[in-house]
Design a protein around this ligand. Structure first.
Ligand SMILES: Cc1ncc(COP(=O)(O)O)c(C=O)c1O
Length: 429
């Protein structure tokens, strides 16, 4: 395990660290991190954008409550859970602080964090179409979006997306529930059960022999000139980003209810599995809007696919892929098997991220099993990565920085894993 100290922020580190190139786990403290106020002041997005996203979610509460079981009055949110004390003790050792789980592995509707962006973007598109068709009378309850005239309108439109699986499912579930046609372009590493699940929804699944980036590019090209279709662009979408950002308001409410202080004396470290960056980036941005420098986003990536790390470490304003760093982008964490980070996200949150931690597949499986046995949490490998990162991150940070800190590990998917898949993952531990 190599731990990089945070270099002097004025000497911008250009190089990708050697352990990253060797696919060894590393804790990379971000030398480009700057104070939240100046980053946010220069940002293309603001608190008003996050509040608008939150308002849109709330407009759709009546619809989501009607369409899906398990939402809390239409809210797609997960609980904030304390980690059982013996597990927390084994992670923290002598370090002070408390560990919590933001349990998106059990998120209503899709059982994964990508619903926060994917469902949101489908709702935004549906609202735009309904508005253009003159359907949005004052006082209308959005439960009407499930009614005949709305469905007839949506059935004449296609929603398309490129995905390793979970974004496709989130978009597919929501779009099919509204009557849209759905086309999902999937990478070679997408799991067979995720494709099957989409087909069962009535989605058209297009399989690509290449990686996630190629699947997204193919879908983007196929839908670029279609006026009857909307392409959910995992690499560039502002709606996805803001849908994820609104999750920060959910966490803020839960932290307050649990009596967890977040301020300069009580930093909040949030461990976020990172694929292309949209989900962790949106959440990190939203939390920074709410808590400023007191929140410390720690992104977590597989050793073979550290796309955000190589992007940020390079210091370059052009896409840098893990292949350029000599890595193969092969990991059991299918949701995180991404070679090039979203430039939208890298530019927006690159100076807000505290650290990127990389983890081996073996550690993912070890934690997947430990969390099942110790806490009854059913996670997919990607979603266990936050826990896999926590110990090595803590080991590399001075204890003084951790006094009075809280740690939130975002478990991002897994509750819908078929039994056979889950048992196979347990067996790999
Ligand atoms: C379970 C899980 N966790 C985390 C992520 C990372 O999200 P993003 O690709 O937006 O960084 C994904 C992406 O698909 C995922 O499926």
């Amino acid at each position: 395990m190599d731990v990089t100290a945070r270099p002097n922020a004025t000497s911008r580190e250009q190089a990708i660290p050697a352990p990253v190139r060797r696919a060894e786990p590393i804790v990379w403290r971000n030398p480009h991190r700057r104070d939240a106020a100046s980053v946010l002041a220069a940002s293309a997005f603001s608190a008003a954008d996050m509040r608008r996203a939150e308002a849109r979610w709330r407009r759709f509460d009546p619809l989501l409550a009607q369409l899906f079981e398990g939402t809390q009055d239409g809210r797609i949110d997960s609980p904030l859970l304390p980690v059982p004390s013996d597990l927390a003790g084994s992670i923290l050792g002598d370090a002070p602080g408390s560990v919590w789980v933001k349990a998106d592995h059990d998120l209503p509707v899709t059982g994964c964090i990508k619903a926060r962006g994917g469902v949101y973007e489908v709702l935004a598109y549906a609202e735009m179409l309904a508005g253009a068709a003159g359907f949005l009378r004052p006082g209308l309850s959005y439960a009407a979006f499930a009614s005949g005239p709305f469905r007839d309108l949506f059935a004449r439109h296609v929603v398309a997306v490129g995905s390793t699986g979970n974004l496709g499912f989130s978009v597919g579930v929501m779009a099919r529930a509204l009557g849209f046609q759905v086309e999902v372009h999937m990478s070679h590493d997408a799991k067979a059960w995720k494709k099957q699940r989409l087909r069962a929804l009535g989605a058209h699944v297009v399989e690509h022999p290449g990686d996630y980036g190629l699947a997204v590019a193919a879908a983007r090209a196929a839908f670029s000139n279609r006026t009857d279709a909307h392409f959910v662009d995992d690499e560039n979408s502002v709606d996805l980003f803001l849908g994820y950002a609104a999750a920060a308001l959910d966490l803020q409410r839960q932290l307050a209810t649990a009596g967890i202080a977040v301020d300069a004396a009580h930093p909040l470290y949030v461990y976020l599995p990172c694929g292309v960056g949209g989900a962790p980036g949106g959440v990190a941005f939203g939390l920074t809007l709410l808590f400023g420098d007191a929140v410390r986003p720690v992104f977590v990536e597989p050793v073979a696919s550290p796309c955000m790390l190589v992007q940020l470490a390079s210091g370059l304003d052009r896409p840098v892929s893990v292949y350029e760093a000599g890595l193969d982008n092969r990991t059991a964490a299918d949701g995180l098997a991404v070679a090039s980070a979203s430039m939208l996200v890298a530019r927006t949150v690159g100076e807000l991220v505290d650290a990127v931690v990389t983890v081996t597949d073996a550690e993912l499986f070890r934690w997947l099993k430990a969390l099942w046995n110790g806490a009854g949490m059913r996670l997919e490998p990607s979603a266990a990565s936050g826990f896999a990162a926590l110990g090595s991150f803590l080991a590399g940070v001075p204890p003084s920085e951790m006094a009075q800190a809280s740690h939130v590990v975002w478990t991002t998917g897994g509750a819908h894993l078929p039994d056979q898949e889950f048992e196979a993952a347990l067996a790999r531990a």
